[in-house]
Design a protein around this ligand. Sequence first.
Ligand code: C2G
Length: 509
Amino acid sequence: MSTIGILGAGTWGTALARMLSNSGHEVIVWSISNDEVDTLSSTRRHVNLPNSEIPEKIVFTTDINVACENKDILLCAVPSVFVRSTMMKAKPYIPEDQIIVDVAKGIEAETLFTMSDVIRDVLNDGKHDDVKLVVLSGPTHAEEVAQDLPTTIVSACEDIHIAEFVQNVFSNTCMRVYTNTDVLGVEICGALKNIIALAAGISTGLGYGDNAKAALITRGIAEIERLGLAMGCQEQTFSGLAGMGDLIVTATSKHSRNNRCGYLIGQGYKPADAIKQVGMVVEGVNALPAAMRLADKYSVDMPITKTVNAIINGDATASDAVMMLMGRKKKTELLNPFIDTGYEIAVVKNARMRGDQGMKRVITYGTFDLLHYGHINLLRRAKALGDYLIVVISSDEFNWNEKHKKCYFTYEQRKALVEAIRYVDLVIPEESWSQKRTDMHEYHVDTFVMGDDWKGKFDFLKEEGVEVVYLPRTPEISSSQIKRDLYDANAVDGESQIKHDDINTDPGK
Ligand code: C2G
């Protein structure tokens, strides 16, 4: 069994504490409020979970040190707006390699950080470099978990093994845990679905029926997915438990605070009065400012989010807003209407707009043989630096003649694999070291990106007016290693012994 410290004695924190304790884990719950600790300790009941008894074994405390020290898992279960301040309090007592599980759903308005970003930012002090962050999110109403009703949830971590460790700790006869490595996608879904739930509640409060609610849910996940894809998230996350699953339960359930708050607004309550009436944190309202800034930053059309924002800010009445939504110009459901690659190259090459107004174009070069998570992690981060990612893949000839390495996959195979990565927008061949200078102009590149094993080798491209960025390589994975695992590369093709420093990467100069 595991030892678990929970920060936050709210509805969700308490429901999880009860579940974990009943599964045999040792649980201690921290709250900032002495009254809350005293009431929970004495009554063994949470005000929002009147039908669920809190096990005697659970310890409640206001001493954050006691809640943090010597724990297998530290669970952050405070409302999103208190995550930063709570983690600041906890930081001195958090071991350097702690597994931290976040269940708060939201995005920090000032920084646009997700909750795991906020936690990582607070612990970015050189003493917590080995902290492992996991996000737990899904269709999980605390009220139902507290009654041991069947529930599913996603354990998301870039390191699948850590996600699986948390999966094992939280799995039991009532809770089924799925793993995912798309942490950003899970967090974007968890934060923004609350806004769509507000919209669904408003629609019901206005007297509209299930057709309208189904439309809001379907188009709601579509706009969240558009934003997520622009941010480099994985497509399947949005149709999964953390996406569509959580949205359905939040937009349709009587337990949903966001749905209830929206209903009252649809009934004519002022937003502030509706929030007061709900009496609990309405995360959808907290997520609006960040959602609006993200939609603007990534130039993503998010009509439902914008409509809810207008209503919450008093810029439109609920009925006018819904009419606006229904009266918008006709759209296609297709996410990416098919664009011919030739047309797309022409558009990118001839794009006139530069700088912040136009599409920010990022380019990177590589062999990308035996495509692995080191490459994918590089490409994902490169895409996050702009809006359009061009990947220039070394041809078989260039690899052999210039890099003296023979690929396991041919150029066409390597190209097909990289093109299958959804956030890669264009793949073209690398045939000479000197083509980079002309590529920068031909494709109107704003940012050139390479792994930092090439640090300094392409600084000359700044002369072509582009930003040059070297990103940290992903440790412990390489095509050479995989080739050695596949066969004795040295016996077959004499793995390249050339050092990057020995290469003249700018022969044209
Ligand atoms: N990469 C990474 N982490 C790894 C492996 C590779 O970040 N574990 C990065 C590399 O730094 C590079 C990109 O992924 O930026 C592609 O790596 P390779 O296929 O090995 O490409 P390379 O042989 O470095 O060729 O003109 C530039 C060359 O084509 C780069």
